[in-house]
Design a protein around this ligand. Structure first.
Ligand code: MG
Length: 257
């Protein structure tokens, strides 16, 4: 199932996105998409509504340096244990929403990533049971101000600006995420192309690690790390991240006024 969130003339709603291509429809879910969704009976052609970020997260947890080739391009070793950091939920935007470049930074980079969406409250989840707490998977861009990252020695400001966490276009609930292609394009030029099979810490291990630290709530997002090929984005460009089996998340880039 593909779960999304839309703005329609009637308001904001969670939906199931059904069909393919031009024929896609958004079928309204009553209340929320966790557990077994029920439907209101209303639906819209997807072309007539606007997709929002597919989930409301209480927090976004991200994994740093989870592909060896990206750790190497950043001039560091791949860590033995997952390195985690938080992005504020106010950094989340949906497909098509602009990534706003904050004036104090002159070096904002894209980072295409596979994102895990948590489906129920959980704590201390063993890796063997980790997939039981997953609602599904979406596409993310862990937008990062490299100059702020270097200046601060930690990542809260660099990764925390408003609009620095595009998510979407929807949550795919039936994906096997263990070996899918992840690709980032800037203005149609391929910049990152890798596979999730190269994750140093796989999704079950990440969920065990993170949930040993903090309670995870329905809708929480875990960004699994970016492969090699990160680079700058500038105002006027368009950045697209595609994860095989999910879809493509595209966002324009604009200077913050
Ligand atoms: Mg990242």
């Amino acid at each position: 199932m593909r779960l999304g969130r839309i703005a329609s003339p009637d308001g904001v709603a969670f939906v199931s996105i059904e069909g393919e291509g031009e024929e896609r429809t958004a079928r309204e879910i009553a209340e929320h998409p966790f557990g077994t969704p029920t439907f209101t009976g209303r639906s819209w052609p997807l072309a007539d509504v606007r997709l929002l970020a597919p989930i409301l997260a209480s927090k976004v947890i991200a994994i740093g340096k989870n592909y060896a080739a990206h750790a190497a391009e950043m001039g560091s070793e791949a860590p033995d244990s997952p390195v985690i950091f938080l992005k504020p939920n106010t950094s989340i935007v949906g497909p098509g929403a602009p990534i706003l470049l904050p004036p104090p930074s002159s070096e904002v980079h894209y980072e295409g990533e596979l994102a895990v969406i948590i489906g129920r409250p959980c704590k201390d989840v063993p890796a063997s049971k980790a997939l039981d707490v997953v609602l599904g998977y979406t596409v993310a861009n862990d937008v990062s101000a490299r100059d702020h990252q270097r200046q601060d020695g930690q990542w809260t400001r660099a990764k925390g600006h408003d609009t620095f966490c595009p998510l979407g276009p929807w949550i795919e609930t039936s994906l096997d995420p263990s070996d899918v292609e992840i690709r980032t394009e800037v203005d149609g030029e391929v910049k990152q192309r890798s596979r999730t099979s190269l994750l140093l810490h796989d999704i079950p291990d990440i969920i065990e690690w993170v949930s040993a630290v903090m309670t995870l709530l329905p809708g929480d997002v875990i960004l699994t790390g970016t492969p090699e090929g990160v680079g700058p984005i500038t105002s006027g460009q368009s950045v697209s991240v595609t994860v095989e089996g999910i879809g493509t998340l595209t966002n324009p880039v604009a200077a913050k006024k």
